[in-house]
Design a protein around this ligand. Sequence first.
Ligand code: GLN
Length: 545
Amino acid sequence: MARFIFITGGVVSSLGKGLMAASLAALLQARGYKVRLRKLDPYLNIDPGTMSPYQHGEVYVTDDGAETDLDLGHYERFSGVPARQSDNVTSGRIYQGIISRERRGDYLGATVQVIPHVTNAIQEFIGADIEPDLDFMICEIGGTVGDIESLPFIEAIRQFRNQEGRGQTLSIHTTLVPYIAAAGELKTKPTQHSVRELTSLGIQPEILVCRTEHPLPDGERAKIALFCNVRKEAVIPALDAKSIYAVPAQYHEAGLDSEVLHAFGIDDAPPPDMARWDDVLDRLFHFEGEVTIGVVGKYVGLPDAYKSLTEALIHGGLANRVKVHINWLDAELFEQSAGEIAAKLEPMHAILVPGGFGERGSEGKIASVQFARERKVPFFGICLGMQMACIEAARNTAGIAGAGSSEFGEPAEPVVGLITEWMSAEGLQKRAAGGDLGGTMRLGAYEAKLAGNSVVRSIYGADTIHERHRHRYEVNAHYKDALEQGGLVFSGMSPDGELPEIVERPDHPWFIGVQFHPELKSKPFDPHPLFASFIEAAVKQSRLV
Ligand code: GLN
């Protein structure tokens, strides 16, 4: 039966709970255990799908089409376990379920209340959809203990622990031990207060993870243990790491995984096999070259908006033993002055146009595609980036001057549009029968067939792939022949041949556009083949300039 590990945070937000959870999963896996991770978010949105990337960073999409918190990306990158819809819930989704049951009369006239109805629904989520052979379920609670909105979650965990028994559950509380420069001291008081808050809600944590900028002296560790009612060994100091991929090894050094196992009464577990992580760190810190990638996007002010993309580029670097520098370029600037484009893009070893929504900056992205195509600089277009590549090809290589996307108005030539605007009646009927009516977001993993002699076929080493989607618009297949005559080959299509999935330019050193998000599936120990190949092309380019 699975054991449950609950991770809460105190004192301040942004303590790196998600990375801690992901690292703990990696360590338990390295000791041979089967692990899953879950995130409970106290906000009232049903999911982060409608939230601005500025608010919430990237929306991470799972194979089964859930739009989830970006922490699930960390979970998957560190554990390799594909996340599912059942691994992320929000207060909004919990309340939505309860309110629709209430309207149906399912509560048979009872008064519907936070306790027990909301807390029961949270516990159902925690225990649902678990493989029988799972060893550990790690559940991270978003927000900070003491917030009004996280109270029902803390209460649900209290009840869950009470029912399952202490041997089956564990509470890890993450806090901050700030350094006061004027006094030259680390301060334990915020940790004491935060643990007191959590115990007042009925949860005595077994383990404390203390984020600190300075090593925690023995005396302070003992003091925290005494005041917070935990073993001294269970006070785990967590210093900033040189890279997120160094975090698992650092937590192991600090004793986190041993202490977790000890709390469950497991004292004979094998030591973790860290070979996979040692190799990642070796590649990360002993690189043999450096490349600079220009990412031309819209949300460039907030790197969290492109979290998976950033990591996938780093993974591509690991595959080639090079350090990857990302130069974030605001697409809008390219619209204001044509001179900016060459000045900013010439020093780049490769150019990437990532996914995005809305018209702002789109002409700048199209101009970047044109620069990459004409100057033969490696180019990678992802989702909106592929759509921009097709519009650029239509306008500049196929003579279709009015080419545009119906996402941005009503172009004379909708090279990118909703499938309802251009797909054959038969195609639409088939899709409707499969539950896909178009006009709504295409979400989650879909199959694509790769053309036999294409570049992507050789990069993937497979004829059929499954990649994750998150978009409403599609490249209009009616323009396929015209664009192919201009040199842009449609090398990946949906199995029914109706939806373009990949385009490439055989006459270019590296030019690929994909309608899906390959970055979501890349891992440090298993870099995505497209990113490995793209960075390899950037390395070649770096030798030319
Ligand atoms: N805005 C585009 C669409 O909805 C692309 C989305 C994306 O890049 N994720 O089709």
